[in-house]
Design a protein around this ligand. Structure first.
Ligand code: 5RP
Length: 233
């Protein structure tokens, strides 16, 4: 079974949690895409849900499948969000933002009573940080913000290169919110809470990809079957 099959398995398990009439947050990325595809099949068969997306890409996919969509302005409280992750640790702390959607993903997760992470089990790590931490910043004052981010990383006991994320054509990647992303290549993040707090107060940092205290459960698919962490309900 390849990684994509595993992602689909995790997505299918998460679909079992969806009850009629639920207000759902839809994540972004290749794993969340499977979940939205499967949900689309259910909706086509008459299943009732109302969804909020975490990116323009997911919004377009959901609309194309006929999934009823809302916004957090109209539907500010959600029952469940299902989203992927770049790394998950045993305490359900996450790195997200590999798909550049971390800002809306965090807002939607925070508006949800529950957040279930779906992933292949290669995303499970003992210590976060091998995956570069995405940090969303405003374009204005980029170099000054980069230096302040480096100082925040150092203050939390970390170190590593900060790279401006680019698209495959070499141009700077711009997020759905019109911001840039600095990827922090830290290797290990020994103190995720400290780093999150330090980044939260840097002017110019819009959001970062450390999701702490947001995920309530994780469904991780591996060759040996599904591994469940936290509350799966
Ligand atoms: C997007 C994300 C994704 O959920 C994360 O990058 C995982 O993606 P994939 O399911 O494609 O591995 O955080 O911003």
């Amino acid at each position: 079974m390849n990684a994509d099959d595993l992602k689909k398995q995790a997505a299918a398990r998460a679909l079992e949690l969806v009850q009629p009439g639920m207000r759902l947050g839809l994540g972004t990325g290749s794993t969340a895409k499977h979940f939205v595809d499967l949900l689309g099949v259910k909706v086509a068969a008459g299943f009732d849900v109302l969804c909020v997306s975490t990116s323009e890409a997911t919004q377009a996919q959901a609309v194309s499948l006929g999934i009823p969509m809302s916004t957090l302005d109209e539907t500010p409280e959600l029952d469940l969000t299902v989203d992927g992750a770049d790394e998950v640790d045993p305490q359900l702390r996450l790195i997200k933002g590999g798909g550049a959607a971390l800002l809306r993903e965090k807002i939607v997760a925070a508006a949800s009573a529950r957040m279930i992470v779906i992933a292949d089990d290669g995303k499970l790590v003992q210590t976060l940080g091998r995956f570069p931490l995405p940090i969303e910043v405003v374009p204005f004052g980029l170099e000054a913000t980069r230096r302040a981010v480096a100082a925040a990383v150092a203050a939390s006991g970390g170190s590593g290169e900060l790279t401006l994320r680019r698209k495959p054509d070499g141009t700077t990647l711009v997020t759905d919110g019109g911001h840039y992303i600095l990827d922090a290549h830290l290797g290990t993040i020994e103190h995720p809470e400290l780093l999150a707090q330090a980044l939260n107060i840097v002017p110019g940092v819009v959001e970062h990809g450390l999701f702490i205290g947001l995920a309530t459960g994780a469904i991780l698919a591996g060759a040996g079957g599904l591994r469940l962490i936290g509350r799966i309900e």
